[in-house]
Design a protein around this ligand. Structure first.
Ligand SMILES: Cc1cc2nc3c(=O)[nH]c(=O)nc-3n(C[C@H](O)[C@H](O)[C@H](O)COP(=O)(O)OP(=O)(O)OC[C@H]3O[C@@H](n4cnc5c(N)ncnc54)[C@H](O)[C@@H]3O)c2cc1C
Length: 316
């Protein structure tokens, strides 16, 4: 099975979810990496080889490749021989792969939590309807495109690293009515992007607007800071931290909800997380219904103790 993985990169660095996608792709076949933009550095190529990419196909498209129609054309050119294309299920990629599916006649599933080959066909798993149902989908088309959510596969290097060939792909981009004039990366203040973070520590109205403990806890766990809509509406923290139906959907390995009641709109954006921990003063808070671990108490008492115990455990 020939599998192509669209690599996400920022300032030359391969994103962690792309390594997860390569790890998943290895279970489906022999992956090649597709790289849109300026040529990757030797380090990036080596890392892709470490995760099993036998080839790195570089489509040196300019800033216009940020436009989904053009990106889809570039990916189509780089994946002509691929039976399966794997991408990370970001907002931008979801639009790119729907266009790619139209261009190539492939069947497409986005927001998958996993994929495997069953009798020669790709089957995906995903949670839907605010993570209240698990769905298994078989892609019957000859070509399959799978958008996988970050943190749903544990990234692990291949048993034996390969030295990928770097191949330039010539692409003729379609005319579009828009042109990208300039692209500038926005500095990421928090270090970890919310939708990619392996750990998310979120605070709600129960913080009373004091996010210092939430930030300390997130930092200790190497995670990102999330929030409920009430907290962002209060102006306690910016809207880009909002988790939920109208915010970001997250699927970290660990989600810690602090002072969040667990309204359906919030749950819809985090219920598919690996392990859910809730800290809430109200033993009847709905968040406990979906939590793996619950602590009834004030976050101002519980988080400092948790930080202390984790720090002591690490030191010991
Ligand atoms: C169309 C629509 C879309 C929406 N989209 C979203 C969305 O995307 N994301 C989202 O989050 N919400 C969304 N909402 C809002 C949602 O319905 C809830 O109002 C919101 O999630 C509640 O936020 P909260 O849990 O922080 O506040 P509350 O519901 O007020 O809960 C606060 C919790 O903190 C606990 N608490 C208080 N003090 C402490 C303390 N010291 N220590 C520990 N616990 C404490 C309380 O017991 C309580 O359970 C949406 C609503 C609508 C109508």
């Amino acid at each position: 099975m020939s599998v192509a993985v669209l690599i996400e990169h920022r300032e030359g660095h391969v994103s962690r979810p792309s390594l997860e996608a390569l790890t998943l792709a290895r279970t489906l076949g022999e992956p090649v990496a597709v790289w849109l933009g300026d040529a990757p550095t030797a380090d990036a190529v080596a890392q892709l080889g470490e995760y099993g990419a036998t080839e790195v196909r570089v489509a040196a498209v300019g800033a216009d490749a940020r436009l989904p129609a053009k990106a889809a054309a570039a990916v189509a050119a780089a994946t002509e021989d691929a039976t399966v294309v794997v991408v990370i299920s970001t907002f931008a990629n979801k639009e790119i792969v729907t266009r790619l599916a139209v261009l190539t006649g492939a069947g497409v599933v986005v927001d998958a939590a996993g994929a495997e080959l069953v009798e020669g066909k790709v089957e995906t798993t995903q949670t839907v309807f605010a993570a209240t149902w698990n769905v298994r989908t078989r892609i019957d088309a000859e070509r399959a495109i799978v958008g996988v959510r970050p943190n749903t596969t544990q990234a692990s290097p291949a048993a034996s690293p390969v030295e990928p060939n770097v191949v330039d792909i010539a692409v003729e981009l379609p005319e579009t009515r828009e042109t990208v004039v300039s692209v500038e990366p926005i500095p990421q203040a928090d270090g970890v992007a919310l939708d990619e973070a392996p750990v998310v520590v979120s605070g709600g109205r129960g913080t009373g607007g004091d996010y210092s403990l939430i930030q300390d806890f997130a930092e200790l766990l190497g995670g990102a800071v999330g929030a409920s809509r009430d907290a962002t509406d209060e102006g306690w923290i910016s809207h880009e931290h909002m988790v939920g139906q109208t915010g970001t959907t997250v699927t970290p390995a660990l989600y810690v909800a602090c002072g969040i009641s667990g309204a359906v709109h919030h749950r819809g954006g985090m219920q598919a997380s690996g392990t859910i921990v809730a800290i809430n003063m109200d033993p009847d808070a709905p968040i406990f219904e979906i939590s793996d671990f619950g602590v009834v108490g004030s976050l101002f008492d519980v988080i400092p103790q948790a930080i202390e115990r984790i720090a002591a455990h690490r030191a010991g």
